[in-house]
Design a protein around this ligand. Structure first.
Ligand code: SF4
Ligand code: SF4
Length: 396
């Protein structure tokens, strides 16, 4: 019997195998899925899961009993980190590193975007409606530069990380530090509702940090898309320029976990703007990952590339004109991979569509920004690929 995972519900799991048999990366039938689950629960080495899992998180959404099989899988990576640390080749991609692949993008931004970052950094998180930008929107500040957000206080900086990347990599000790830091940061602040543009941030603040890592937040949490959909539905926010064309809808990993609030409101907004939606999976819980999380298992860029290309090919097969995303991380990942595997579908963010539809000028910097990101990663991370050195992350 191996070390038990603190987060998996051992008592409630009936070994039905649904979680792993529905996984689109493992390729297991129900019988093999049950065997693999048994191995995971017993703490024995798996035959398939830890070779093929790309950390997409969907198995948590598949489990009908809410047992958290995902956490059970990634707890093996937690043990690996505790024993060996993290390879230095991953350091440039970690939010705790300064600079990192996102902060290095600031120099590519317009003066207006840099001014927004300064303002958000200096604005205290106080008010009835506060928005946590998270590092993906901080890398794409234009997303939040919209008149329809004028009633919202935006507050945050790159060093106020939600810990999502650490969680997905199984670096539970680091997530614990993040939980402590964020609890301290928001303690005593007068905040009614915290809005999240990024489903990852929403899931971390609502479920993961308080539920698994002891964070304490006194505010309500809500997805920005749902807030905006209400404004559109009530007529408070007018669609003045309808879009046309077909878009393939890509769901984020955390969107799948959060379900209707995120997936439903994003789709309603796309449709209200005139977009014709094409689904990439029969069941939206079974959609594929953008590839960002695929590096969590072996820390290898080729795993991220393969996962991204698989989803981009699925999107291309639909014949849709564009690939629509609502997560800035998915947009940056696809935009980067399109430089390596060109497709004819531009990748557009929900808020880019909405800004245009509400009368704002079109501005799509993600593709060029992703090219710079690719260049930076090539220069700053690839030279460390062969290094055997490891390190540990410290947040506080
Ligand atoms: S995290 Fe994703 S890839 Fe890994 S086992 Fe679960 S569903 Fe499959
Ligand atoms: S974790 Fe959930 S879906 Fe997976 S075997 Fe257990 S009960 Fe079934």
């Amino acid at each position: 019997m191996g070390e038990r995972c603190d987060f998996f519900d051992y008592d409630n799991c009936d070994l039905c195998g649904e979680c792993l048999s529905r996984c689109r990366y493992l390729g297991l039938d129900l019988k093999k899925a049950r065997e693999e689950m048994k191995r995971l629960i017993d703490g024995r080495p798996t035959k398939v899961v830890h070779r093929r899992c790309i950390s997409c998180y969907a198995c948590d959404a598949f489990c009908p009993r809410g047992c958290r099989p995902y956490e059970l899988i990634i707890s093996a990576w937690h043990r690996r980190y505790r024993e060996r640390g993290l390879p230095v080749r991953a350091s440039y991609l970690m939010p705790a590193s300064q600079p990192n692949f996102r902060t290095d993008l600031v120099e590519t931004m317009s003066p207006r975007e840099r001014e927004l970052l300064r303002r958000w950094r200096e604005t205290p998180p106080e008010g009835e409606l506060v928005l946590y930008p998270g590092c993906n929107a901080l890398a794409l500040p234009h997303l939040l530069d919209a008149p329809f957000l004028k009633e919202v206080v935006i507050s945050g900086d790159f060093d106020l990380c939600c810990g999502e990347m650490y969680f997905r990599m199984g670096l539970f000790d680091v997530v614990e530090q993040v939980a402590e830091r964020l609890t301290r940061h928001f303690r005593g602040r007068s905040i009614g509702t915290m809005l999240f543009v990024c489903p990852a941030g929403l899931n971390m603040f609502r479920n993961v940090l308080p539920g698994l890592f002891g964070a304490e937040f006194s505010f309500r949490t809500r997805y920005l898309g749902e807030y905006l959909w209400e404004k559109v539905e009530s007529g408070e926010l007018a669609i003045v320029k309808r879009h046309s064309g077909r878009v393939a809808v890509h769901d984020s990993c955390h969107g799948r976990i959060l379900g209707e609030e995120v997936q439903g409101s994003a789709r309603r907004l796309y449709a209200a703007m005139g977009l014709d939606l094409v689904e990439l999976a029969t069941d939206s819980a079974e959609g594929l990952c953008c590839g960002m999380a695929a590096g969590c298992n072996r820390y290898r860029p080729e795993d991220m590339y393969r996962a991204a290309v698989r989803e981009m090919r699925e999107a291309a097969r639909t014949g849709a004109d564009e690939l629509a995303v609502y997560c800035g991380g998915c947009q940056l990942t696809f935009s980067l991979m399109r430089w390596l595997h060109p497709t004819r579908q531009p990748v557009r963010h929900l808020l880019e569509y909405l800004k245009e539809a509400t009368g704002e000028p079109a501005y799509y910097p993600a593709s060029r920004r992703a090219l710079r990101m690719l260049g930076n990663i090539t220069v700053k991370a690839f030279p460390k690929m062969l290094s055997r050195r490891t390190y540990r992350i410290s947040i506080n």
